[in-house]
Design a protein around this ligand. Structure first.
Ligand code: PGA
Length: 253
C-alpha cells in the first residue's frame, strides 16, 4: 500500500479555491488500487472539503493538532475535534512548525494525543544540513527517538514516519534528495523503529519521503528508493501534478 499525502500548508487563501483544486483531481479509478490519498488543507477547510468529497477515496488530514482533546487552550485545534470533523490523519512535527518553536517533547505529546483520538499520525523528521561526516544520521535518530517519547507500542498501526530533509523542502531547496539518499535513511529509521517498538511493530511502520516531490521524481522514490509513500508540498496544490503523482503511485509495484 502506498500513501500519498498532500500538504497544502497555508494555501490557498480562499475556500472556493480549495474546493476548485479538489474538484480538479482526476484519479485513474474510484477505488485506488494499493494506494491511499490524504489531502491536508488548512484546518478550516477540512469540514467543507469532507462534505464536498462525499464518497471519493480521498481522505483528509490536518497539518497540526494539539496535545490534549479539550481544555483551556485558546486557539488550539483538538485532535478529537479533527476526528469529529472527518479528518483521518494529522501531520505532526513538520519542520516548519518546529521552526516556529515546537520542540520534540511537544511533538511527542501531540503524536500520542492524535493516535489516542483515532488519527493516524504522519510524524516528520529530517536534518537541516547534510555534513560529509554523516552526523545527520545521528541528528535524525535523536529527533525520531525524542519525538516518539512515550508513544504507545500498541498504537504503531496508526504511525507513519515521513523523512523530510529540511534542505530539500520548498521553493528555495537546492534539490530533492535522491532515491538512494532516501533508501539509506529509511533503513536507518526502520532500525530505530525496530529498536523502539520491536521487530514486527517497528517494521510495519510506513516510511514516506518528502521534500520537492514532483510528478517526475515520484516514481524514483517509490521504486528505487522503496518509499512506502510521499509527502508532497507545492505539487499537491496543482491538481494535474498531484493527480499524476497518484497515478505514478498506483502504477508502482
Ligand atoms: P515541498 O514541501 O514538496 O514543497 O518541498 C514538502 C513539505 O514541506 O512537506
Amino acid at each position: 500500500m502506498k500513501l500519498i499525502v498532500g500538504n497544502w500548508k497555508m494555501y490557498p487563501r480562499k475556500l472556493g479555491d480549495a474546493k476548485a483544486i479538489v474538484g480538479k483531481l482526476k484519479f485513474p479509478a474510484k477505488k485506488l488500487p494499493r494506494t491511499k490519498v490524504v489531502v491536508c488543507p488548512p484546518t478550516l477547510y477540512i469540514l467543507p472539503l469532507v462534505a464536498l468529497l462525499g464518497r471519493s477515496p480521498i481522505l483528509l488530514g490536518a497539518q497540526n493538532t494539539f496535545t490534549v482533546d479539550e481544555g483551556a487552550y485558546t486557539g488550539e485545534t483538538s485532535p478529537a475535534a479533527l476526528v469529529s470533523s472527518g479528518a483521518t490523519h494529522a501531520i505532526v512535527g513538520h519542520s516548519e512548525r518546529r521552526a516556529l518553536g515546537e520542540d520534540d517533547a511537544v511533538v511527542a505529546q501531540k503524536a500520542i494525543a492524535a493516535v489516542r483520538s483515532g488519527l493516524t499520525v504522519v510524524l516528520c523528521v529530517g536534518e537541516a544540513v547534510r555534513d560529509p561526516g554523516g552526523a545527520y544520521f545521528t541528528e535524525v535518530g535523536r529527533e525520531l527517538r525524542a519525538s516518539l517519547s512515550g508513544f504507545p507500542k500498541n498504537m504503531t498501526k496508526r504511525l507513519v514516519v515521513a523523512y523530510e530533509p529540511i534542505w530539500a523542502i520548498g521553493s528555495s531547496a537546492l534539490r530533492a534528495a535522491t532515491p538512494e539518499d532516501f533508501r539509506e535513511m529509511s533503513i536507518f529509521i526502520k532500525r530505530n523503529l525496530v529498536d523502539r517498538f520491536g521487530k514486527s511493530a517497528g517494521f510495519s511502520v510506513p516510511i514516506l519521503y518528502g521534500g520537492s516531490v514532483d510528478e517526475k521524481n515520484a516514481g524514483g522514490f517509490l521504486k528505487e528508493g522503496g518509499a512506502d509513500g510521499l509527502l508532497v508540498g507545492r505539487a499537491s496544490l496543482d491538481p494535474e501534478r498531484f493527480s499524476e503523482i497518484v497515478r505514478v503511485a498506483v502504477n508502482t509495484r
